[in-house]
Ligand binder design. Structure first.
Ligand code: DC
Length: 228
């Protein structure tokens, strides 16, 4: 498919703030924000509902084509549709996140989502976040950002988010979970999380959200994005 749009790829580990930042950049630039993690989460929900164990690659791979994933936008907010059902409100749990991380290692799962992700970016100005956007999905993205932050800072943010929601949680466990998920996402054979050679590294540990947003917009302007 020929590309007629401007694409920003933003990759990085869990909890680095990708989705918060990508949403704000999208709003400022009038772009569509594509959250690819939500697609893996919707597939994970499908596997959970079918009682499939994440270690069972054959069962996961056989089931994957049965998960019809579609993306829709309501008031600019991405909705994930799984076989006709809007599952956006059901995929933000730790259980689904861990299943998504565990099953996204399989080529059949990644292949199932590749065309959907590329198709969205081909005709629309998007900022797409994930783990392999700059390296695999959109290797020709106009601007590539690798957004990271110290695991302790990421754990603190997550802890704050959960306690504000009234959930009881343990900071050390969260940090351990983040370290394990990073490890799994970075060492898997298929499309591991890594910085593309031409990506700009942004460490958000000591930056405010607004500073990161401004930095990304500056990088995009330096790479041919026309000012509004
Ligand atoms: O960003 P997230 O936490 O919603 O993503 C959930 C899991 O999905 C993550 O642990 C790894 C996987 N994922 C992926 O493998 N590739 C992507 N482009 C996005 C997410």
């Amino acid at each position: 498919m020929e590309k007629t749009s401007y694409n920003i790829a933003i990759d990085g580990p869990a909890g680095a703030g990708k989705s918060t930042i990508a949403k704000l950049v999208a709003r400022k630039l009038g772009f569509v924000y594509v959250d690819t993690g939500a697609m893996y989460r919707a597939m994970a929900l499908y596997f959970i509902r079918r009682g499939i164990r994440p270690e069972d690659e054959a069962a996961v791979s056989q089931a994957a084509p049965g998960a019809g994933i579609l993306i829709r936008y309501e008031d600019g907010v991405q909705q994930v549709i799984l076989n006709g059902e809007n599952v956006s409100g059901l995929i933000r749990t730790e259980q689904v996140g861990n299943m998504a991380s565990a099953t996204s290692i399989y080529p059949a799962v990644r292949a199932h989502l590749l065309d959907l992700q590329r198709g969205l970016a081909a005709s629309t100005d998007v900022i797409m976040d994930g783990r392999d956007i700059g390296t695999c999905i959109l290797p020709d993205a106009d601007t590539k950002i690798f957004l990271t932050a110290d695991p302790h800072v990421r754990a603190m943010r997550r802890y704050k988010e959960l306690t504000e929601k009234g959930e009881t949680c343990n900071l050390q466990e969260i940090e351990q979970d983040i370290i394990e998920r990073d490890q799994r996402d970075m060492t898997r054979e298929t499309a591991p999380l890594r910085q593309a050679e031409d990506a700009v590294l942004v460490d958000g540990s000591q930056l405010t959200i607004d500073q990161v947003v401004e930095r990304i917009i500056r990088e995009a302007r330096a790479r041919g994005l026309k000012a509004e």
